[in-house]
Design a protein around this ligand. Structure first.
Ligand SMILES: [Zn+2]
Length: 476
């Protein structure tokens, strides 16, 4: 055991009265060597370390958060967002790993060459670790194995128009074919699930939110999710439902899971924080697809997060320039910028609901880590990367969008009276950002899909105990 008396000193020991270890808060001393955690010891353990830190009273030590749903948009739409600005926002929000979505950048990440372009664009400019999803579009059917071999974490597809011309959606038969292809690759298909049969075509809609909401009814989500479940059930493919808005689909997903279908599901901070009845006229910073629904639906989404049916909460950070957020719900760009503040927003709502912090943490750590196949992120355990977020649960602040690090100062979370604050973020055992000093180091790495020890790691790894056990194994 490194760092103990009689051996070489550790690089760092991080002591906390409340460290999130094995799914609960406990006193611990986290020992770090070469950017990884080597030991989790009693908080007062004697450790020979070059550097020693103690989490301030009242604050908690968390593993760095994992956000598997971020649209960085670079290259091609760099005026919307970019690797430098997005990863700074992540670092300041306690997020130490992001996985970039394959669309809104140009090129879209649908070929090996496009992946190389994106990696070159990001290299050396990222403040946190960045991986890439590939895209499943009609044109790359049958050749997705090359992209999988190049290290993408899986394939994103749409069942309805994506909003950008260069990323066409799959029709029903193309979706089934994609599910069969990912099953043959033992890859992962992540799906924007809205059935266009149920979407109401429109141009301008005016400023009233309810006129937008009726164009994207719950039936659209339910129909598309049912198709994905059917395909996964028939083929054994591993599938994931992106940004669930309709809580009415939760029982169908739970039943599929109970049957052994390899399906996971995410929702987003905006669906847990907001409800349709309080969205102001013309406030299209709240526009996203599928849309934010009513208050009862929000309650049911919360129930799904707390009972574990919803595996993760990820940002779907999808910013644009301010000029695209016109005050007409039909014409405005659909996407919400929440990478830096999503965790705080959900914690704020959790406090309002009397939900303890440890109950929402799996959705921001082990849940998304398992989706991506990481066993050494999202946990404080021997073998895990020494990525940390120091969080003050009782801090309060009004979110000032101009003070956020993402490129364009537009966000549905602007003005939110938020609870909690990320005070410091660490990457590989080094402090890289703090509330006081901002981002102090740009030392993120580009990461590729880990080789899974077992094809069944997806669902079972979301339990904290098994995730930390797996992390120990990967150290060997
Ligand atoms: Zn998205």
């Amino acid at each position: 055991m490194t760092g103990l008396p009689g051996s070489a000193p550790a690089d760092l020991v991080f002591r906390a009265q409340r460290a999130w270890v094995d799914g609960a808060f406990r006193p611990a001393a986290i020992v770090v060597v070469d950017g990884r955690i080597t030991d989790v010891l009693p908080v007062d353990a004697t450790v020979d370390a070059v550097d020693e830190r103690t989490v301030p009273d009242g604050q908690v030590l968390l593993p760095g958060l994992v956000d598997t749903h971020v649209h960085v948009n670079e290259p091609g739409r760099t005026e919307w967002e970019g690797f430098a600005s997005a990863t700074r926002a992540a670092a300041l929000g306690g997020v130490t790993t992001i996985i970039d979505m394959p669309l809104n950048s140009i090129p879209a990440t649908t070929t090996v060459d496009a992946l190389a372009v994106k990696r070159a664009s990001a290299e050396g400019r990222v403040a946190v670790d960045v991986g890439f999803w590939g895209g499943a579009v009609p044109d790359n059917a049958g050749s997705r194995g090359e992209l999988h071999d190049a290290g993408v974490f899986g394939f994103k597809c749409f069942t309805a128009p994506s909003g950008v011309d260069e990323f066409p959606h799959l029709d029903g038969s193309q979706l089934r074919e994609a599910i069969e292809e990912v099953a043959s690759l033992d890859a992962l298909l992540i799906v924007h699930a809205e059935d266009p049969e149920y979407l109401v075509g429109h141009d301008a809609l005016g400023g009233r939110y309810e006129d937008f909401l009726v164009t994207r009814p719950v039936e659209a989500e339910r129909s598309a999710i049912a198709q994905v479940i059917d395909g996964a059930r028939a083929t054994g493919a591993r599938v994931h439902i992106l940004h669930l808005s309709d809580a009415g689909a939760i029982p169908m997903i739970r039943a599929a899971k109970d049957d052994g279908v390899r399906i996971t599901v995410e929702t987003c901070p905006h669906y847990l924080s907001f409800e349709a009845g309080t969205i102001p006229d013309g406030a299209t910073e709240y526009k996203c697809c599928p849309p934010i629904r009513d208050d009862d639906n929000r309650d049911a989404l919360w129930a799904g997060v707390l009972d574990g049916t919803i595996d993760m909460v990820v940002s779907d950070h999808s910013p644009s320039t301010a000029d695209l957020k016109v005050d007409d719900w039909g014409l405005a760009w659909g996407g919400i910028a929440g990478l830096q503040v999503g965790f705080r927003a959900v914690w704020t709502e959790a406090v309002r609901r009397g939900v303890a912090l440890d109950r929402i943490l799996p959705a921001f750590t082990t849940g998304p880590a398992a989706l991506a196949g990481f066993t050494d992120r999202g946990v404080l355990a021997p073998g895990a990367l020494a990525h940390f977020a120091v969080f003050d649960p009782s801090a309060t602040a009004v979110i000032d969008v101009a003070g956020l690090a993402h490129r364009n100062p537009v966000s549905a979370f602007a003005g939110l009276e938020a609870r909690g604050g990320v005070t410091e973020t660490w990457l590989r055992g080094r402090s890289v950002a703090s509330a006081e000093d901002g981002v102090t180091s740009v030392s993120g790495q580009l990461v590729t899909r880990p080789v899974l020890a077992s094809a069944t790691a997806s669902a079972s790894a979301s339990a904290p105990a098994s995730a930390s056990a797996s992390a120990t194994e990967t150290r060997l």
